[in-house]
Ligand binder design. Structure first.
Ligand code: F6R
Length: 593
């Protein structure tokens, strides 16, 4: 969704900002804009339009040197995708210029109450903020004009503001939408995502809700919403450009698929000191004291949650419910007496989950967030947090985060179990199995021959069914092939009507107890003309099975079984020449409900 980058320092602001915006492209957007200071004319210029950051870069090619600026990528929520609605936005006299992530829920009321007679240039909720600041600046100094405006806003915001009368300052504010300040030898960068700071800042400060920042070239002032000074507490950035670049790979998605073995190994290293687990004991105590775990998540993370349910129930004998966050937030089911909540989220910013978190905390229940982004809202607002250590996931389609989420859920469930095996060894075996499979280049050929239809099915039973759900989501989101993940035994109860000559059906088979049932269901669709691929674990493999994965622990099979399905999705999109890392209509971090 929207991205924000602002800069003040010794470097060319447009280089830092455009580079940052490019790094945030993966989040999805439809327009881009930037404001830079024009020394000759002593004003901030604004360049913006619908389209990509590359187009914006061309439009500022000849802009004068500026050491200060703000930039934005917009994912439309209020108003059409066009130049007028792209950020930055001006106040009516053009004194204030701002970019905004988030949604101002009461913008219509604010317009009516404070801004009657003001001509608006866009259809956005954002413009109301610029207009309010200008209105209040008639009677208040700039800092108070901004703070007065902030106190009136309902909704969410990450804001960067420029003032034509103070061209050596960047103002920033945050509430619910993420915003981080980066500090380096060459200046201060403020961005909505750590990725935009890498290479420019040595340390970063994730802003708390309701903080207000005034940044100059060599100074940073931090306030709360009541204008009380706060002391900034910066953390060192331990990522390099290599973590956020594609390197030798054609796409981030394939890079991230290949990173999965090393992600699993990193998790094993980071969560153990010799044989001792480093998971906070209080998390385990709280889960033990509960009578039911509720896993809440969306999309791929919800699919990882389903695997988590099996892990907790089998290893720790704790009942688990898995819920879609957007449903749970407004339709809370009857809870058990002592619930414990686990939020699973790659980004840690998913708005549907945040809505759940607010409700859960209101009811005083304990929450653990499992996420890839330590600085994220969900990590900071939960009682506990466990990091995925997957490294930045840039392709919109989630791959390595899913595998990492299952690994962390497995570690927690294992710590609550009788420990009849070594989880470290079993996770290491999964890493090896994936690594071996990834060296086989047959998947592209198989995919090319199979996925010629407009629809497709993944079928499986038990854990394979859950993997099928994830496989179907992945294939549809990047190849636009209508795909369903289906419980193999359920197909004959209606959906088999969709099978016709040539319909691709991909069967997932990993469990020896039920493999023959899935094979029977596969025969039923083959008899009706389907074309099949079997993805099987080596211990249940039969002659003619197309894709065979080395056996791993029966509770961890999804981590390995999912990998061929990720490749099927990747190659299906590649064959169709689609934008694999940035599929249409999607955003990496879904910060609106
Ligand atoms: C699909 C995908 C999405 C996300 C979902 C939740 O590949 O990535 O389905 O899983 O939007 O996002 P997070 O995990 O960031 O909460």
């Amino acid at each position: 969704m929207c991205g924000i980058v602002g800069y003040i320092g010794n470097k060319q602001a447009k280089d830092v900002i455009l580079d940052g915006l490019k790094r945030l492209e993966y989040r999805g957007y439809d327009s881009a804009g930037i404001s830079l200071f024009n020394m000759r004319q002593q004003i901030f210029d604004v360049y913006k339009d619908q389209g990509r950051v590359d187009k914006l870069a061309k439009s500022v090619l000849k802009s004068p040197r500026s050491n200060i600026g703000i930039g934005h990528t917009r994912w439309a929520t209020h108003g059409k995708v066009n130049k007028e609605n792209a950020h930055p936005h001006y106040s009516h006299s053009r004194r204030f210029i701002l970019v905004h992530n988030g949604v101002i829920e009461n913008y219509k009321q604010l317009k009516e109450q404070y801004l009657s007679g003001v001509t608006f240039l866009s259809e956005t909720d954002t413009e109301v903020i610029a207009q309010l600041i200008e209105t209040f600046s008639n009677t208040l100094n700039i800092e108070n004009a901004i703070l007065t405006t902030l106190r009136l806003l309902r909704g969410s915001y990450a804001l960067l503001i420029l003032d034509q009368q103070n061209p050596d300052l960047v103002y920033a504010a945050k509430y619910k939408s993420p915003l981080l300040v980066g500090r380096g030898k060459e200046g201060i960068t403020v961005a909505s995502d750590l990725m935009a700071l890498i290479g420019y800042s040595e340390e970063y400060l994730p802003l708390d809700d309701k903080t207000f920042v005034v940044a100059s070239r060599d100074n940073l002032k931090l306030f709360d919403i009541n204008h009380k000074s706060l002391v900034p507490n910066f953390t060192k950035i331990d990522m390099t450009n290599g973590d956020v670049e594609r390197g030798e790979y054609a796409h981030f998605m394939i890079k991230e698929i290949h990173e999965q073995p090393s992600v699993i190994r990193r998790i094993v290293t980071n969560y153990f000191d010799k044989d001792q687990s480093l998971i906070n004991n209080q998390i385990l105590k709280d889960i033990k004291g509960s009578d039911r775990i509720y896993i809440l998540a969306a999309g791929t993370s919800m699919h990882a949650g389903l695997i988590g349910k099996n892990l907790f129930e089998k290893l720790a004998s704790i009942p688990v419910e898995v819920h879609i966050a957007s449903e749970f937030a407004y339709q809370q089911p009857l809870l058990s007496e002592k619930p414990f909540f686990i939020l699973v989220s790659q980004s840690g910013e998913t708005a549907d989950l945040r809505a759940c978190l607010v409700n859960i905390k209101d009811q005083n229940y304990k929450v653990l967030t499992i996420t890839n982004v330590a600085t994220s809202t969900l990590a900071r607002e939960a009682n506990y947090f466990l990091e995925l250590y997957a490294g930045p996931e840039i392709a919109v389609a989630s791959t390595k985060a899913y595998v990492a989420q299952i690994a962390i859920l497995a570690l927690v469930a294992y710590e609550l179990s009788k420990k009849t095996f070594s989880i470290r060894e079993e996770l290491t075996k999964v890493a090896l199995s994936i690594e071996k499979f990834l060296s086989d280049e047959n998947m592209r050929y198989l995919t090319r021959n199979l996925l010629t239809h407009r629809n497709c099915f993944f079928i499986g039973r038990g854990l394979d069914y859950y993997v099928g759900l994830e496989a179907a989501l992945k294939l549809k989101e990047i190849s636009y092939i209508q795909t369903e993940g289906f419980a193999a035994g359920e197909l004959k109860h209606g959906t088999i009507a969709l099978i016709e000559e040539g319909t691709p059906v991909i069967a997932m088979i990993s469990n020896p107890r039920i493999s023959h049932n899935t094979r029977s269901n596969l025969n039923e669709v083959l008899a009706r003309g389907a074309r099949a691929i079997r993805i099987v674990m080596s211990n249940v493999a039969e002659e003619d099975d197309e894709v065979i994965i080395d056996e791993v622990h029966e509770l961890l099979t999804p981590m390995a079984m999912v990998v061929p399905t990720q490749l099927i999705s990747y190659y299906a999109a590649l064959e169709r020449s689609y934008d694999i890392d940035k599929p249409r209509n999607l955003a990496k971090s879904v910060t609106v409900e």
